[in-house]
Write a protein that binds this ligand. Sequence first.
Ligand code: ATP
Ligand code: MG
Length: 423
Amino acid sequence: MSEKITSIRGMHDTLPEQSAAWQKLETILRELMSSYAYQEIRMPIVEKTALFKRSIGDVTDIVQKEMYTFEDRNGDSLTLRPEGTASCVRAGIEHGLLYNQIQRLWYIGPMFRHERPQKGRYRQFSQLGVEVFGLATPDIDAELIMMTARLWKQLGIDKNVVLQLNSLGTLADRANYLDALVAYLKQHEDQLDDESRDRLGRNPMRILDSKNPQVQAVVEGAPTLQDYLADDSRRHFETLCSLLDEQGIAYEVNSRLVRGLDYYSHTVFEWVTTELGAQGTICAGGRYDGLVEQLGGSATSAIGYAIGMDRLLVLLEMQAGWRPENTADVYIMGTVEQASIIRLAEAVRDQLPQLTVHMHCGGGSMKSQMKKADKSGAALAILLGEEELANKSVSIKHLRENCPQESLTMADVPVYLSNFFKR
Ligand code: ATP
Ligand code: MG
């Protein structure tokens, strides 16, 4: 035997027993998007490397350490997308969707980051991304948060997540703040760890969300961005808060929430659970009013969020009653020639396309077919033997209930099944 080739570390197969849960979640997400009048956009998973460098920021962890970048056969530098916002903005500019228009868009798909694989952190993972263009007012910030709050409720995890909220203000607000922050951190440089000291020169705001307790203690005393927000920025944030209050959405203002990407401004938020250990953020987003212009479009307000679907599914698996199963409704089997069995199965599918009809293949004794029927999870087996075929009838066997076997004419099968599965 030759040596086995395995999958890449941090990139996982979704096996048939897990795919039902993915499909269920995807269906719920699609319905949610449609109920808020958002439209789907699909972008390629590979883009020019420059797109991510320019949007996410040269000094971010993603660009410095996590991108899957390679040269294609023409010598162009390409990157597997680490996130979807940059591609969505690129597509919007390229196809003229953003100029003077309002767009509410969503996408689902795989993202790639070369991180250390661990629970809830993978090198290929899936996100639902939502992006809105052309709206500057905080009502749209509220809408995005409302739709995620509705989703948690629908999924039965609203008690397991909390909303953290912050405002990063404008670039100008941040520039003033950065001076004060860096001055403070420099005074305490000896108490910082290597990572934070390194960030002090490149991306000092990221020190605010350091996980190191010693660094956190320093950060406790640091000036907060809230105190440096200009009046307009403050008003935007206060209006959002009052809209959320009015809708009964609880939140914590977390002045240390800065997010890892450079392009955010004003509102940033995360939905966090304590049930997934250190990887507790299942949804993160914010406003990025400067990005469209930065990528070559005209100045356009924009806001979005992304849900980490792999993490969300881990959380859902912990909830009773979530787990959907891949099971058949009806198992069609028999000992007559296969053409009659195929004809019956196809006739049932013609009449009742909503049912999952599992047709037995490969012959075998009644006993062995029955075993497979049972394993399929189907509620009913339809049996076609010589006698049934001669009378144009079938036998129905209940696989999950203790009911006597029934006999039906073939013509009555669709009505029988339709009544049975309506129950
Ligand atoms: P984290 O702080 O957990 O690294 P992030 O700030 O890098 O998250 P975003 O880029 O905002 O995350 O992505 C949005 C969401 O996508 C995250 O909240 C998380 O749920 C999910 N996500 C991000 N990176 C990964 C990963 N490597 N594996 C699985 N899910 C991820
Ligand atoms: Mg990250």
